[in-house]
Design a protein around this ligand. Structure first.
Ligand code: PEP
Ligand code: MN
Length: 445
């Protein structure tokens, strides 16, 4: 199908205040790159986005659970087959743990194939008396602290598109090519964690799955659906020059879709009701999500419902709550109550990472116990109100990094320096991710 490119200077968001956009030094280069992206093939198709909307409608109804995860910031150098499959295997292992416990479908969404742009609280960074623009993600500039690297370069958006395409190719190959088959549940653990407590716990669960599969085979052959997995890609829709250039019209319906990923979310720093991001998101048909931090109140949240989902399309809108472990129990209930009182069914996810960032031993980190506690608080709120705790949104990697403290292996602050590799926020490592899944499984059971 030929989707129609519709990028142009007339987009509504361009006349609105739009936070967190880079100041591209060379406008001619910017035009050249966005024109090339506007002529490039889409990365995802409208039908796929609509399918995710349907899955998220089931989540909003309380019939499914979301697992959304991946890096805080993907990097061009970090794109290797091992890194991508490591993240996928981690997510699949977590999903198996959650499905086994809850008995409901788990909708798997990567924070990947497009997570290359970062909002920053400070526009500049100063080191030893030298001030340079902050790193805004590989889509914009480089992490190295030099004037050259930190200069925003629009050609990076072209690389972002290519890196996203390569990543999606790996995802599609893995998801459809047997690597994600439930028969591989043991295999996903290989080289990972079989020597740790959480790894052994997982192995026991995978044994159970093997037995169930043998049973199914004996009863007439395994279902083909077990061979494949449905996996979606998501990222923060931050860089509107990029998103606009990849927006396409579906000729069958005349509707506009972001084709850079299946689901895009609006970040905490860019969700100004009258700003450019909300205007752009209002004009696309993809399922969308919005982060809600501790400053969100019922009064400020309600207007988003009309603005972003006037036709009340089930699955269209998901809120990702990131209040912090100490505040979620107080701040979330009035918001959920008022949204429900409006007769609205949205999805509710918990991001237990971004409200729990602390500095320990000079490094940005998160305590595993705070992460678990925020998820627990989130579940408590929904249980009390009779609403559905619809899923979790986490920053993780398949690697053995040392970025968050605690977890089953009790990673200590003194060890943070060993493999602190993130380009932005601290991620759960493979064991901590699996550990979290077992904790959440207990809340779901
Ligand atoms: C993020 O998800 O990496 C992020 C910046 O989150 P938030 O918008 O919630 O701060
Ligand atoms: Mn982050």
């Amino acid at each position: 199908m030929n989707l129609i490119s519709q990028s142009g200077p007339g987009a509504a968001w361009r006349s609105l205040p739009t936070a967190q956009q880079p100041s591209w030094p060379d406008q001619a280069q910017l035009r050249e790159v966005t024109a090339a992206l506007a002529a490039a093939p889409p990365l995802v198709y409208p039908e796929e986005c609509d399918r995710l909307t349907e899955r998220l409608a089931a989540v909003a109804r309380g019939e499914a659970f979301v697992l959304q995860g991946g890096d805080c910031a993907e990097t061009f150098d970090g794109l290797t087959a091992d890194a991508v499959t490591g993240k996928l295997r981690t997510l699949l292992q977590m999903a198996v743990v959650l499905t086994y416990a809850s008995g409901v479908p788990v909708v798997k969404i990567g924070r990947l194939a497009g997570q290359y742009a970062k909002p920053r609280s400070q526009a500049d960074e100063t080191r030893d008396g030298v001030t340079l623009p902050s790193y805004r993600g590989d889509a914009v500039n480089g992490l190295a602290f030099t004037a050259e690297a930190r200069r925003p370069d629009p050609h990076r958006m072209r690389r972002m598109y290519e890196a996203s395409a390569v990543t999606l190719n790996l995802v599609r190959g893995f998801a459809g090519g047997g690597g994600a088959s439930l028969h591989q549940a043991h295999e996903w653990n290989r080289g990972f964690v079989s020597d740790s407590a959480v790894g052994r716990r997982y192995e026991a669960l995978a044994d159970g799955i093997d037995r169930a599969l043998r049973f199914l085979r004996a009863c007439g052959g395994p279902n083909r659906r077990l061979q494949e997995v449905e996996f979606f890609a998501s990222h923060e829709g931050l860089l509107l020059d990029y998103e606009e250039a990849l927006t396409r019209v579906d000729p069958r319906t005349g509707r506009r879709y972001a084709t850079s990923g299946h689901l895009l979310w609006v970040g905490e720093r860019t969700r100004d009701l009258d700003g450019g991001h909300v205007a752009y998101f209002a004009g696309i048909q993809n399922p969308i999500a919005m982060k809600l931090g501790p400053s969100a109140t019922a009064e400020t949240v309600l207007p988003y419902l009309e603005r972003l989902d006037p036709s009340r399309r089930p699955g269209r809108l998901t809120f990702v709550v990131r209040m912090g472990a100490g505040r979620v129990r107080d701040l979330l209930p009035p918001i959920v109550e008022k949204v429900r009182a409006e007769g609205r069914q949205v999805g509710w996810l918990c991001d237990p990472m971004h409200g729990n960032t602390v500095t320990v031993a000079g490094r940005k980190t998160r305590r595993f116990d705070d992460v678990v506690d925020e998820v627990r608080g989130f579940f408590e709120v929904h249980r009390e109100l009779g609403t559905h705790a619809g899923g979790i949104h986490v920053e993780l990697t398949g690697g053995d990094v040392t970025e968050c403290v605690g977890g089953g292996d009790q990673l200590l602050p003194e060890s943070l320096h060993q493999r602190y590799e993130t380009a932005c926020d601290p991620r759960l490592n493979h064991r901590q991710s699996l550990d979290l899944a077992f904790h959440v499984a207990e809340m779901l059971a």
